[in-house]
Design a protein around this ligand. Structure first.
Ligand SMILES: [Zn+2]
Length: 305
């Protein structure tokens, strides 16, 4: 550029007069442009976590506050008051976006239109201009957010973020649990539908509630579906031993079942009589043995024993 014979060779040889520099006065002009940009609306769709959105807005607010008061610049972690301020700003933005006409009417007339769906909630604007549910719990000794929950619209991204936040906070709880927790602070229009929709979208819940396919059971056997004499068709299975706690009086009932060889009837009767004499726990007046012949005895083909 400054080589000899080049396009700008004349400029390289000229000396800049120093007095001209001294005489020139430089003016510093600061332009301050105030735009009514929707910065909350710009940030909202960029985050899928309510907590993260809250913190980003809080950091933005701190940046603005630090510029406004350079003598008190804060650089440490976020305080609870800053997070609460960010929360209020987000809620006010969403409510103004969705319920703009209703809030205008409320500010003008002190109540919303009778045609509005919000009229049943008796809404009002609090000190931070947040739309809250009125109701009759003004004298209850509970936190303000519980007495007068914040009104949130049904179909808005911030509502989905709030519900998802509570769903994760309560360890992927069901719709009733999430609804109960949400109503401590928010009043979502058609909340049950919104909560179910969020839970349905949750991948973790979908994986855990997935039902395994089951084998189709076969037909019931003939002995179980046709009527017959008692014990004519019986089944055996392995179970026990049973722990029986003996008690005095009529509190305990002991039932004993004995399987004997059906071919030797005399031995069977002798065995039963001997056992009853020794005592099975039966009272004397019930020592009557009835013998039933078993035509069919089935087992589970050795599955359990
Ligand atoms: Zn879940």
């Amino acid at each position: 550029m400054y080589s000899e014979g080049g396009l700008y060779s004349d400029y390289s040889t000229k000396e800049i007069p120093t007095d001209a520099i001294e005489c020139e006065k430089m003016k510093t002009v600061v332009f301050s442009t105030v735009t009514d940009s929707n910065w909350i609306g710009y940030l909202l769709p960029k985050y899928s976590s309510f907590q993260k959105l809250l913190r980003v807005v809080a950091w933005c607010l701190r940046f603005v506050n630090n510029l406004r008061s350079l003598s008190h610049v804060q650089t440490r972690f976020l305080y609870a008051a800053e997070l609460n301020q960010a929360h209020s700003i987000i809620i006010v933005h969403v409510q103004r976006e969705v319920f703009f006409e209703k809030i205008q009417t409320l500010e003008r007339k002190g109540q919303v239109s009778s045609q509005s769906k919000l009229v049943m909630l008796h809404p009002f604007l609090d000190d931070e201009r947040i739309l809250r549910v009125g109701g009759r719990l003004r004298n209850v000794n509970v936190p303000k957010s519980t007495k007068h929950p914040i009104v949130l619209p049904k179909s808005h991204y911030i509502t989905e973020l709030v519900v998802r936040h509570y769903h994760h906070k309560y360890l992927h709880g069901g719709s009733e649990l999430i609804l109960s927790a949400l109503r401590m602070q928010y009043w979502i229009i058609s909340a049950r539908t919104v909560v179910r929709k969020v839970i349905r979208k949750c991948v973790a819940c979908f994986r855990h509630k997935n039902v395994f396919s089951q084998q189709l059971m076969g037909d019931l056997p003939v002995s179980r579906v046709n009527p017959g004499r008692a014990f004519s068709k019986s089944g055996v299975d392995f179970a026990g031993p049973f722990q029986v706690k003996p008690r005095r009086g009529r509190g305990s009932i002991i039932t004993a079942a004995v399987i004997l060889d059906p071919q030797n009837l005399n031995n069977r009767k002798k065995f039963l009589k001997r056992k009853l004499k020794e005592g099975f726990g039966f009272p004397r007046e019930r020592n009557q043995v009835k013998v039933f012949a078993c035509n069919s005895l089935s087992s589970k083909t050795g599955e359990t024993f």
